[in-house]
Design a binder for this molecule. Structure first.
Ligand SMILES: NC(=O)c1ccc[n+]([C@@H]2O[C@H](COP(=O)([O-])OP(=O)(O)OC[C@H]3O[C@@H](n4cnc5c(N)ncnc54)[C@H](OP(=O)(O)O)[C@@H]3O)[C@@H](O)[C@H]2O)c1
Length: 267
């Protein structure tokens, strides 16, 4: 297990990682500059994969053993350009982690502008559709590939008012199931991971905004998690690291909620 960036967004999983498990695999991780995506970058590199990660904004402490590509996956051109650059840098993409996304605004459904609806769909849903379309020809030619789409418990539950975000994530789940069914006979697996409340720069800001809006303590928003704490990005990256490995060879078309028990058995 390599850890050249402890205490940063790129800290290793607290669990031992087999450094050979993903050796020879080539991975593209969107939204890999911080939060859950940064933990996935570290988890996959620790397991021996070559990783290209993207975000719109570069970060100073990006790990030397992965490659950063700047770009916006919220546009068709941006998604296609990223996929092409990743193919050039890696020589092919065996693992695609569609993680970039965000609940950028919260408001009742009628208060969400048309631009915000389109932005939510682009960032949380269509980015995954477009990137998958771009890397799948290579995966199909090799008859091998793994896609993990990072969704949210908001795809299942109506929490704070974020209908546009929840609807985009629910579309991502439905798309992933169809894709998994279609591609299973061709050796390609597709799964969905839906986090609950995880401590990340993006989600911490959203929770602060929601607490401020309702005039409540931000701690109250996550006080009811049965396992007694918010998730760490490494809690999510550990599941993703498993799903992309051969140990998960019989898992496809599945959607995993990982939320400390907060939405137990909702789906
Ligand atoms: N943390 C949670 O509690 C939680 C809960 C449920 C679901 N999720 C999901 O988990 C995923 C990761 O969230 P996070 O909490 O780690 O968020 P975060 O801390 O805000 O990180 C998001 C990452 O995605 C990148 N990104 C966002 N929009 C992008 C775009 N249009 N093009 C390229 N990169 C983009 C960000 O970099 P730039 O901004 O520089 O582009 C950053 O690297 C998201 O899909 C989110 O919906 C998170």
């Amino acid at each position: 297990m390599v850890n050249n960036s402890r205490n940063s967004s790129f800290s290793s999983s607290p669990f031992p990682t087999d450094a050979r498990e993903l050796q020879g695999k080539r991975a593209l991780v969107t939204g890999g500059s911080r939060g859950i995506g940064a933990a996935v970058v570290r988890r996959l590199t620790d397991a021996g994969a070559k990783v290209v990660a993207s975000a719109r904004t570069p970060v100073a402490d990006f790990p030397a053993d992965a490659t950063f590509v700047q770009g916006d996956v919220g546009t068709l051109a941006g998604a296609r350009a990223l996929a092409q650059r990743a193919e050039e840098l890696l020589g092919g993409v065996d693992i695609l982690i569609n993680n970039a996304g965000a609940a950028r605004s919260f408001a009742g459904a009628l208060a969400v502008s048309d631009e915000e609806w389109v932005d939510a769909l682009n960032a949380n849903y269509l980015a995954a559709v477009r990137l998958s379309a771009a890397v799948l020809p290579g995966m199909l030619a090799r008859q091998h590939g793994v896609i993990v789409n990072v969704s949210s418990v908001s795809a299942y539950i109506a929490g704070p008012p974020m209908a546009h975000y929840g609807a985009a994530k629910a579309a991502l789940n439905a798309y992933s199931k169809s894709l998994a069914t279609e591609l299973a006979p061709k050796g390609i697996r597709v799964n969905v991971v839906s986090p609950g409340n995880v401590t990340t720069p993006g989600a911490d800001k959203v929770r602060e905004d929601i607490a401020g809006h309702f005039g409540i303590d931000v701690q109250a928003l996550t006080a009811g998690i049965p396992l007694g704490r918010k998730g760490a990005p490494t809690d999510i990256s550990e599941l993703i690291g498993f799903l992309v490995s051969e140990r998960a060879a019989w898992i496809t078309g599945s959607a995993f909620i990982i939320d400390g028990g907060e939405t137990s058995f909702v789906a």
